[in-house]
Design a protein around this ligand. Structure first.
Ligand SMILES: [Zn+2]
Length: 539
């Protein structure tokens, strides 16, 4: 980018209303005199008690969008810490993992100490799940530093802040106790010692021994004995809200976003961070994703889409695109939204080169690609491909390419690998989500008449007629066919020819499928129409 473009970009970034810039602006306000010595620290958190799901992933993706926006506004150093809370006790055994008996023996132990049930050589169950998350983050080319709670605790990195928690024990209790029910209040302690006898994370009342040495005392539930123990270097784990605050202070976190379900946690943790002498980070609470029934996606219900699942049916850019949009709006995250996300992404990509900077910065693809937006090279939509797979009823990629080449002669698997991949995604998506729902209905009399007219017009067109030429005829038939609303004509085409209730621009579809094949499709529909209408009985 030349220097003029760079300065235009910066000027536009400084006033852009797109959410990543609004978020980054909070950091400019936080440091009116310039960035802190170590640069700006972004953090995302993750609990490795199960497979990483899209909720985890979106937080990293969105946070990096804010970080990139900040970099477009000012030349401040920054980094992202992806933090795994792997010292959490395993409260229940995930139902979908092997070696359930072995796993039950490790209940309540820190996830970082539960053996890897998958037998692939990871140090622990948490390390296994951490590895999966990192694999996805790397796959997307994300720039982050990975830290695990177990490692930060064991190395002594948190020791000074942990001592500060003990020093401020009373004040922290005063923040927490009013938020708890009467029963919980009896046993609540911000410090959860890790039992030396059983390895379990203990929820027991503790007694302060020596804050400067980091020692506490408690009664070991297994033996009934009073135990004195250091909470430093991995000897304890903190309760969630206190732990979050401790981590913000110890790592100097400036920015962390979180879900709406954590609004209360942010409030309490912010108070505790101030007690510990720190400053709570900037950030905002994004809306939660919903499943196809409008229910909140939760890890325990297992109704969320995994990253793997999305990437089985669509390219990764479409996922980043979906995640970018409207983080404050509750959105569905299910298989049904994938085709539209793929096609909308392509539309924004095509629009980008001709936009002015202010519009570009509001274009999702700018954030999906961290400013390095590739050219749009997709000659057809995912929706169109799905319809093609439907009528061609094939799972043969080469056969589909034969159609595509007629439509876009310049494209080949070698020159358009992203289109080649999209054809593969269309085959998979069709097979798993569309195939069983296709129901072609017979045309009624008026529709049969219009279809016969369309057939005659297609027959009169040259074989190589393009989408526009064909679309013109489709319109003409609709207009002269007695349809009050052209939309009824289009719906008739979708329902009688494709077996769907919505569909593509039919001119494009006929051009892609070929005029001869399209006429065959029309003949099939007419053969199914009731006797007495134009096409009745034609086999
Ligand atoms: Zn493993």
């Amino acid at each position: 980018m030349d220097s003029q473009a760079t300065s235009e970009l910066r000027a536009a970034a400084l006033v852009s209303k797109a959410w990543p810039y609004e978020e980054a602006r909070k950091l400019l306000k936080r440091y009116p005199d310039g960035p802190p010595a170590g640069g700006i620290v972004f953090e995302t958190g993750y609990g490795p008690s199960g497979l990483p799901h899209l909720g985890t992933f979106q937080e990293v993706a969105r946070t990096l969008m804010v970080r990139h926006a900040l970099g477009e506004m000012v030349d401040w150093p920054s980094r992202l810490i992806a933090f795994s809370d792997d010292m959490d006790g395993m409260r229940k055994v995930p139902p979908n993992v092997p070696h359930q008996d072995m796993m039950h023996e490790h209940l309540d132990q820190p996830l970082s100490r539960v053996p890897d049930p998958f037998g692939c050589g990871h140090e622990s169950y948490a390390a296994h799940n951490n590895g999966l998350l990192r694999q996805f983050l790397d796959h997307f080319g994300f720039d982050y530093e990975f830290h695990a709670s177990s490692e930060c605790n064991a190395s002594g990195r948190f020791d000074e802040t942990l001592k500060s928690v003990l020093r401020n024990y009373r004040a922290i209790m005063d923040v927490m106790l009013p938020t708890l029910g009467a029963e919980r209040r009896q046993t609540y302690s911000p410090v959860l010692p890790v039992s030396r006898a059983t390895g379990k994370v203990l929820q027991v009342p503790i007694e302060m021994v020596d804050p400067e040495a980091g020692t506490v005392a408690y009664v070991e539930p297994e033996t009934g004995e009073r135990v004195e123990q250091s909470i430093l270097s991995g000897g304890a784990k903190l309760q969630w809200k206190v732990d979050w605050a401790m981590r913000w202070v110890a790592l100097g976190v400036d920015y962390e976003m979180s879900g709406k379900d954590l609004i209360d946690s942010v409030t309490q943790s912010s108070k505790i961070a101030r007690i510990l002498g720190g400053r709570p980070p900037e950030g905002f609470n994004y809306e939660m994703f919903l499943d196809e029934n409008g229910e909140k996606i939760s890890k325990s219900k297992g109704n969320g889409l995994t990253i793997d699942e999305w990437l089985t049916y669509a390219p990764q850019e479409s996922l980043a695109f979906y995640i970018y949009r409207d983080p404050r709006k509750a959105k569905q995250l299910s298989f049904s939204i994938i085709p539209r996300a793929v096609d909308e992404y392509q539309q924004f990509l095509a629009a980008y080169p001709d936009q002015e900077w202010d519009k570009r910065l509001g274009n999702p693809v700018h954030h999906v690609h961290a400013g390095a937006v590739p050219p749009a090279r997709m000659p057809l939509t995912f929706g169109l491909l799905l319809n093609l797979v439907g009528v061609a009823s094939t799972d043969d990629k080469d056969l589909l390419w034969a159609f595509v080449k007629r439509y876009a002669p310049e494209a080949s698997p070698e020159s358009h690998p992203e289109l080649d991949a999209l054809i593969g995604y269309a085959l998979a998506y069709f097979r798993d989500f569309v195939a069983d729902s296709l129901r072609r209905r017979a045309p009624d009399e008026r529709e049969a008449g219009a279809l016969a007219d369309l057939d005659a017009r297609l027959a009169a067109l040259p074989a190589e007629a393009g989408p526009e030429e064909i679309q013109f005829e489709v319109y003409e038939v609709g207009k002269s066919g007695g349809f009050e609303n052209l939309r009824d004509w289009f719906r008739a085409l979708y329902e009688t020819l494709l077996g769907t209730s919505q569909g593509p621009r039919m001119g494009s579809f006929f051009a892609l499928y070929g005029i001869d094949n399209s006429r065959r499709l029309i003949a099939e529909a007419l053969a199914a129409s009731p006797p007495g209408s134009l096409g009745g009985g034609v086999a």
